[in-house]
Design a protein around this ligand. Structure first.
Ligand code: SIN
Ligand code: CO
Length: 383
């Protein structure tokens, strides 16, 4: 599914992280990838994260999944929305929805949340921290957008939901199947179903917060710092006021900390590992019996296609012209030569057919064996 009449450079320059954009009829041949009943089924399953939001006379109510089938079949004709997180991890046709947005690097992509709403159903006016492409899949939804919000924007008092207490729409549109609304972080928005069976696919992004980066990186750095590295001042001069902490001492203290944090190679290795840690590690592709090098060689020789676990996070950082670090679900693999090229192919595509020469590369076979046993990839021997 490709985007049509969409100028990527213009989008990145004018809209990405800056302002909302409505894209009408965004796909050549839009086909809704999931039926309403299938989404309801996922919301009842143990392995998915789901929510049901109902607007009642007494206000907004939220129920956490998994939901009972009777609960869903007993819902009324209006004012409810069912939301399932990371549907792309379970339904390949929903995962395919991410492909058109791969002009944004994979490490910034989070997952696809899918909502199913009855007439007038919605989650209420709110803002998100992350960019999102709201793809209208089935039925119609009226989207309103409002001003930029932040931590000071007043919210309704509610235990579970962060809804804006004072939402004033600045623009609104009714989206039809195949239309997309891009909403950058912080922009107030409110989507209300117009009619039954309204399905919206949220292709969501992620971005690390400064607090997360600092907190986790400092922990990692601390692991490698010996206890006996203390502040030293062999050049100490007599002070006129012994009560002062001098600017020189402060600068040296701060420098002591900053220099531990400023090694780019250490940061790259840590960040790749941190960023590739999976959010939903439960989708377990690990083989019951561990795969061995011989199995991998046989799979390469049989030209079996290699599939990536949709819940796995794969990325690489180049360290030289033909060397790189491959990060797979929080584990770092140093690769070079043909193995580095293979790692790049696996990061670029969901399905890779391997060059048969790789069977003769012990490093490549070893990498594939380890990735299979970690459950990040699997050889597809269906047919
Ligand atoms: C929805 O699909 O109803 C909600 C998506 C959003 O506003 O983030
Ligand atoms: Co939102």
């Amino acid at each position: 599914m490709d985007l049509q009449n969409f100028d990527i450079d213009l989008f990145l320059r004018e809209y990405w992280q800056k302002k909302p954009l409505l894209i009408r009829n965004a796909f050549h041949d839009w086909q809704n990838p999931l039926e309403p009943g299938e989404l309801a089924g996922l919301a009842c399953a143990e392995e998915t994260e789901s929510r049901l939001i109902c607007q009642t006379e007494s206000g907004w109510e939220m129920e956490q999944g998994p939901l009972a089938e009777e609960r869903l079949s007993g819902l009324g004709k209006s004012h409810w929305t069912l939301l399932v997180q990371a549907v792309d991890h379970h339904v390949p046709a929903v995962a395919d929805l991410i492909a058109p947005f791969r002009f944004i690097p994979n490490w910034r992509i989070d997952d696809v949340m899918v909502s199913l709403a009855a007439d007038q159903g919605g989650v209420g006016p709110h803002f998100d921290q992350y960019d999102v492409f709201l793809v209208q899949g089935l039925g119609r939804r009226r989207w309103q957008i409002g001003p930029h919000c932040d931590a000071d924007t007043p919210l309704l008092p509610h235990e579970d939901l962060k809804l804006l207490s004072d939402f004033k729409a600045t623009e609104e549109w009714v989206l039809e199947p195949g239309d997309i609304l891009y909403v950058p972080p912080g922009i107030a928005h409110n989507g209300v179903a117009v009619g039954a069976d309204c399905m919206t696919y949220s292709v969501g992004f992620r971005a690390p917060s400064r607090a997360d980066l600092l907190g986790h990186y400092v922990d990692d750095v601390l692991d490698g710092i010996p206890d006996d590295e203390l502040y030293r001042d062999p050049d100490l001069k007599a002070q006129t006021n012994a009560g002062e902490i001098s600017p020189e001492a402060l600068a040296r203290l701060q420098q002591m900390m900053l220099e531990s944090l400023s090694d780019p190679a250490h940061f790259a290795r840590w960040f790749g590992t941190f960023n590739s840690t999976p959010k939903y590690p439960d989708i377990d592709w690990r083989p019951e019996v561990p795969v061995e090098a011989n199995d991998v060689r046989a799979a390469i020789n049989a030209q079996l296609p290699l599939a990536r676990n949709p819940a796995s996070r794969l990325a690489f950082i180049a360290t030289g012209t033909d060397t790189l670090m491959l990060f797979a679900d929080g584990v770092c693999f140093d690769c070079s030569g043909a193995t580095a090229a293979l790692a790049k192919d696996m990061c670029a595509d969901d399905f890779v057919v391997l060059d048969s020469d790789l069977a003769f590369s012990p490093a490549a076979v070893d990498l594939l064996t380890q990735l299979c046993n970690h459950g990040c990839i699997a050889f597809d021997n269906e047919d």
